[in-house]
Design a protein around this ligand. Structure first.
Ligand code: BG6
Ligand code: MG
Length: 218
């Protein structure tokens, strides 16, 4: 089976919003009287808003009623929106435009696979909405990563099987989602963190489409 599509995570792969999610969650934790480290944050990457809040509250030893949790998640999202409101196409990560040009040149389809409900707004801000043949975001799925739903739906919307898709992910939960979907997964980060990825590179800038197609079909 040949590779016919590349499925991309958004936060930390296309654009560096991962840092803004972290800053907003850290601020929330601090207001609740505790802190979260960068290492703890690795476990939040790719995890949905409410699941992230549950992990943070458990970390701080807090149990709160659902109503209060909804308020806190809304507050975090407001802080996050403030942080991303000044983003432009200058915030696209290095190598992304050139990589997408190669992807198109190779005749591959593209999909976004993000659990963020803010993904369509971010894509619009950075001018990349049209770069995707299918967009699966947090508004279209019921289960966040590491559940494979976001990638399975991406393949479905493109009319392709899992074996025809390659996933690009910076999150431990996202790599697991891609593997559980039955796809070849390129980790964006470091191999010591993204241990389950089929191959790992520090960024899209460090990759060529040719090399990935070779590895994924090997
Ligand atoms: C993922 C991020 O892309 O989206 C997570 O990696 C975030 O950190 C999740 O929690 C949900 O995002 P949002 O924008 O719907 O709160
Ligand atoms: Mg990510």
């Amino acid at each position: 089976m040949s590779i016919n599509a590349f499925l991309f995570d958004l936060d930390g792969v296309i654009v560096d919003t991962a840092i803004y999610h972290y800053q907003a969650w850290k601020r929330l934790a601090n207001e609740l009287g505790f802190d979260i480290s960068e290492e703890f944050n690795e476990g939040l990457k790719g995890v949905s808003r409410m699941d992230s809040l549950d992990l943070i509250l458990a970390h701080g030893g807090l149990t709160l009623p659902d109503e209060r949790k909804t308020e806190l998640a809304t507050q975090k999202n407001e802080w996050y929106l403030e942080l991303v409101s000044r983003m432009t196409s200058n915030d696209i990560l290095p190598g992304v435009p050139a990589f997408f040009a190669q992807v198109r040149q190779a005749g591959l389809k593209t999909a976004l696979g993000s659990v963020s409900k803010n993904a369509p707004m971010i894509l619009a801000r950075i001018g990349m909405t049209d770069a995707f043949d299918a967009i699966i975001d947090g508004n279209k799925i019921s289960k966040g990563k590491p559940d494979p739903e976001v990638f399975t739906k991406g393949a479905e919307e493109l009319g392709l099987s899992a074996a025809e898709c390659v996933v690009f992910e910076d999150a431990v939960a996202g790599v697991e989602a891609g593997k559980r979907a039955g796809m070849f997964v390129v980790g964006i980060g470091t191999p010591d963190v993204l241990t389950k990825a089929d191959m790992v590179a520090p960024s899209l800038e460090a990759l060529t489409v040719e090399e990935i197609l070779k590895q994924a079909s090997a």
